[in-house]
Design a binder for this molecule. Structure first.
Ligand code: S3P
Ligand code: PEP
Length: 448
């Protein structure tokens, strides 16, 4: 990091300040927000979106779709209006598409561009520029797109789409909703049927929303449990009114905070509980966490409930690696919960965490150690010996944990700080705006 970047960093010490009480509502789901803008931009007519996450990642998606011809505005009531260009109608962007910190924007938009007769250059920040794009370059090349990528299949990269593209049948070599979605989105403007075979289920927002927008999409389950997803190309998408449920990945920080801080009794309203996303709450219950679902309902085709969370003494467990895809972004905050549990928590099967905004296994090991936790790093996870409910010591004066431009590391360590004796100094809070711009103000209001 240059001295200029260091000067811009926004450090903060997060300290204990009493229990979390009352009711809060977290912003809209990031995955659904991205897809609302993308699919709205491909429909003919006006899609209206309520509860869109106005985080930096989603704004990167919106800027890119504007650069490719969609009209996207926000009115004074907070509703977003997307006027699409129709499948096949994306325009050549005049400048490089800046994806900021967002893997989802990059990989899904690469899918869209791949089957349009346009060329686009994708750039991103230092974190995104280290992340592997070969996983989408491979299937999209088979469909006919051409790539010039930086070494290791990384950004900046230039993609020349092919129209008509070639439909493929693709078996996912890695459990990734982004790769699945990239191929399905490329399939939208490809004649014939594009098939993705998913041996291990990942979040299914793309499938649900593509159907909602009127695409012909089927899902079958093979004898070995794999999901076979087929989308018919040259689709005509119909504009939708979308209500985005609250993001379970954002709710996770407050749920764990209320479990860890003595005297807490907090309701987190309107939390999306799609089974392909909500495994953290099941794992925390297995550890002894009091998390009650109130008023389970349906919002925009997704199951939603209010979660009432009360302070609980957690017990360490071996986390079943089968649940990893349904809580892949929640491991950093689960590690914090484990650090205060009674006994040992063992996690395995987390290789994918090493290629997120940071290497989340090693970043969390280093940060939790600095905060006084007992942690062992393995190839594919962490082993954590908890305090038995006592607050963590916290970071020493003048020592801060390193977030590596990773919003989830920053927020996880903020929660570790409010459950610690001395507090935890986070080196940079700016990345939080990636997914949860109101995180710090909500934390204050829950503790008021
Ligand atoms: O499709 C999506 O919206 C996402 C998929 C996941 O990534 P992978 O596909 O890399 O697992 C997840 O980590 C990311 O935050 C959002
Ligand atoms: C991994 C994440 O996002 P993305 O891949 O979109 O950068 C995340 O939000 O934790």
């Amino acid at each position: 990091m240059s001295s200029h970047d260091l000067a811009q960093m926004r450090p903060r010490r997060f300290t204990a300040n009493g229990p979390l009480k009352g009711r809060i509502r977290v912003p809209g789901d990031k995955s659904i927000s991205h897809r609302s803008i993308m699919l709205g931009a491909l429909a003919v007519g006006e899609t209206r979106v309520t509860g869109l996450l106005e985080g930096e990642d989603v704004l990167s998606t919106a800027a890119a779709m504007r650069a490719m011809g969609a009209t996207i505005t926000r009115d004074d009531s907070g509703m977003w209006h997307v006027h699409g260009v129709g499948v096949g109608g994306l325009l050549q962007p005049q400048q490089a598409l800046d994806m900021g910190n967002s893997g989802t924007s990059t990989r899904l938009l690469m899918g869209l561009v791949a089957s349009h007769p346009i060329t686009a250059t994708f750039v991103g920040d230092a974190s995104l520029s280290k992340r592997p794009m070969g996983r989408v370059i491979d299937p999209l090349s088979t469909m006919g797109a051409e790539f010039t990528a930086s070494p290791g299949g990384r950004l900046p990269l230039t993609l020349r789409g092919l129209s008509p593209a070639v439909p493929i049948e693709y078996r996912l070599p890695v459990a990734s909703a982004q790769v699945k979605s990239a191929v399905l989105l490329a399939g939208l403007n490809t004649p014939g049927v594009t098939t993705v075979i998913e041996p291990i289920p990942t979040r299914d927002h793309s499938e649900r929303m593509l159907r909602g927008f009127g695409a012909e999409l089927t899902v079958d389950v093979a004898a070995d449990g794999a999901r076979i997803i087929k989308v018919r190309g040259e689709a005509e998408l119909k504009p939708q009114d979308i209500v985005v449920p609250g993001d379970p990945s954002s709710a996770a920080f407050f749920v764990v905070a209320a479990l860890l801080v003595e005297g807490s009794d907090l309701v987190v309203e309107n939390v999306g509980l799609n089974p392909t996303r909500a495994a953290l709450f099941d794992v925390l219950r297995l550890m002894g966490g009091s998390i009650e679902e109130l008023d389970r309902r349906d919002v925009g085709g997704e199951p939603v409930a209010d979660l009432r969370v009360r302070h609980s003494l957690l017990t360490g467990i071996d986390v079943d690696p089968a649940v990893v895809p349904s809580m892949v972004d929640e491991f950093p905050i689960l590690f914090v919960a484990a650090a205060l549990a009674k006994g040992r928590t063992v996690t395995t099967g987390l290789e994918e965490l090493r290629v997120k905004e940071s290497d989340r296994i090693s970043a969390m090991r280093a940060a939790l150690e600095l905060a006084g936790a007992t942690v062992t790093e393995t190839e594919d996870g962490l082993i954590i010996d908890g305090t038995g409910g006592d607050p963590l010591p916290g970071t020493a004066e003048g020592t801060s944990v390193v977030t590596h431009l990773d919003h989830r590391i920053a927020m996880s360590l903020a929660i570790a700080g409010i459950a610690s004796k001395r507090g935890v100094e986070v080196d940079d809070t700016r990345p939080i705006a990636t997914s949860f711009p109101v995180f710090e103000s909500l934390l204050e209001s829950a503790r008021a």
